[in-house]
Design a protein around this ligand. Sequence first.
Ligand code: ADP
Ligand code: MG
Length: 803
Amino acid sequence: MILRLARRALSFGIRGNLKQYETTARRIIALEPGHRHLSAEGLRDRVAELRRQVQSDIALDRIKEETFALVREASRRALNERPVPAQIIGALALHDGHIAEMKTGEGKTLTATLVCTLHALTSEGVHVAVPNDYLAERDARWMRPLYDLLGLSTGVITQEMDDDSRREAYRCDITYGVASEFGFDYLRDNMKFSLAETVQRGHAFALVDEADATLIDEAGMPLALFGPLGDRSDFHQAIDAVIASLQPSHYEIDRRRRVALTEAGYSEVEKRLQQRGLLKDSTTLHDIASISLLHHVVQSLRAHVVLARDRDYVVSDGGVTIVDGLTGRPMPGRRYDEGLHQALEAKEGCAIGEETQTLASITFQTYFRRYARLAGMTGTARNDAGEYNEIYGLDVISIPTHRPMIRIDESVLHATAAGKLRAILREVEDAAARGQPVLIGAPSIARSEALAAMLEANGWRPRNEQTQDDDTVRTFAVLNAKHHAREARIIAEAGAPGAVTIATAMAGRGTDIRLGGEHADEATRARVIAAGGLLVTGTTHHDHGRMDEQLRGRAGRQGDPGRSIFHASLEDEFLVNAAIGVPPADRTAAIASSVATRLIRAAQKRHETRSFDRRLALLRFDAIVQSQRDHVYDLRRDIRDGNDTITLAKRLRHETIDDLIERFAAPAIPWDIAGLDHAIRSVLTLAVDISFPTAGSRGDAKALAQRICAIADRWIDGKIASMGETMFADILRRLMMASIDHLWSEQSERLDHLRRRIGDRRLPPHQVVAEFQIEAFALFERMIADFRRDVTAYAMRVGIRPA
Ligand code: ADP
Ligand code: MG
């Protein structure tokens, strides 16, 4: 009840927003005549003046109306398009940090320029994140004349760019780029050795185009930088030998094919690992310090008892090849991750492949939450409003279309997959014969190939050079998300009379389909309109209702006529996987559409909830990792940009000495003098005379610590005197940064292993995250202690080799 009330209040609040935006939009349009007479220079001067005002702390809200009006005028001059009220309203929503839902073809690219110009006035940089290189370049090139007219600079970030060009692009007022590149640049910047080498200026305002593709679809996979780890064949072989010798009583497998060691198994494995020197005698696999070792033990166990040769993988040409669980076909080149593939190679006696190591990683969720202000736009957001709100703190506002939408949407549920395909073929042939263009949506590349094969079996031919101009054959085109630029052109032509196009993954394509074709004349366009506009044929529903919407949304743009029909069958994977029971009475050839709709929504809801929960869990883990990441990056930045390296090194040295005393000589009675002596020699390279404490008192320990500190300080002072302070500080600075990078990379990996192994403990969901937090923190403290010890040990050893 309360929930329902809250939701009503929410939608009421948003409707209130829309009303306000409409009023503001009217005022903005009314300002326009005032700018008509301005010269190009006058336009630029106004913008420069507004920039000065923002610099002297005038709020963006107070100048947004004039700014939008100026952009509108610039757009008219530069692009011959004037933002319509719906676009101004959309931009106002974006400025307020919302997700603006604007249908395909409504002109989101131009809408963005209004809000980007406004935020560019802060001079802190505006980032426009798009799904791929092609769109980044296209949008920047397309909008640049407008920004030029306003005196604003634009840059582009794409994958294949060196740091100098990136830095240049980030220095611009507005930077278009691929969403993942923004995240990678952030990670890479935090591994640079000087401020001058970094490329980003900060994270003030980001606008995410095709927000659902980036903020939701891709949010399930973290961005990760990898580096080679070197050859660890011996390690994998040693673990394999231990696991190969286990008896069935040493492990258990559950229904979901998860495997775990029994208590007896733990003892056995620990004993054998200790014999091989892989585990210290005093430690167990349960110790937090052993988390990565445990991870590889479990992977080897999975390789031995869960994965079966010739079912899950085959061994050929001395290598392990994964077999696709659904089709049973080998998939050369694909590898299991997280060391599982290496474990299999060890099991099968194959050469062990090179391993990579995560140097740094971050999720899209965490990266985009860094921005002081974030906004997004997409054609389909309604469905995911809860997720945008919970994960990004963003509200969704649906912007009414400029012209009314007249597309007709239908769903048909067939009893069998074969019946469904027959219906699809009939529908496509009828439409194409009438000159109506058809866009066929396929859920996967394999399915799009199957659909193409069906068309070919019925006399159709793939469109290519030869078939292009031959009117006697019926042709179709296939796209499956590899060559963005070429595919964007095919999509652009998909509206030509009678064109048939099979496409996978319409999310994030960012190209709209014009009736008649990209540069069609009026007659051609009229012919397609008479044939009913674009027909979108869905060949199965997607797990997410949003993906259905993305596909349907290709038809009926800007008030065009159009139709979308989704065909599904009771045998479709997505219905079967959702395990929604269908009463036998409903399993007839013609399934009532009310039943069909209910079934399909129920199945989609189930899938949507599942994947939302997965992303939310990923975010909760990453939020904990982020607190450590922030800490590490802050420390590293202080070292990189600070000028007090020598003092910092001294502090670390003294803390390291305290650690040693704490461990060997403080509360413990009697002191472990041999251990302390050994540690002082190996860490500090010093020989210190340690006498037995009078009564093992705290005071003695403290005095001893001070004495060691004094000796170590003198040793370092000597180095500084011979090397010079600048050189010594320089060497230390690099050393510290390298040490942080190395330790943080190891830590990231351990945290990843921890996250996976905690999943094995079968805890209730809320406890999983709490447990992770506690253990992650323990790992973090160890890492920091390792850092000061490593830095101290290096510092005590550096020197100039005598010539
Ligand atoms: P979206 O990203 O919303 O799907 P695009 O930004 O790709 O849409 O724009 C679709 C088409 O609409 C483009 O060809 C663009 O030139 C055109 N367009 C956008 N805004 C306007 C406008 N205000 N007046 C005329 N044409 C416009
Ligand atoms: Mg777009």
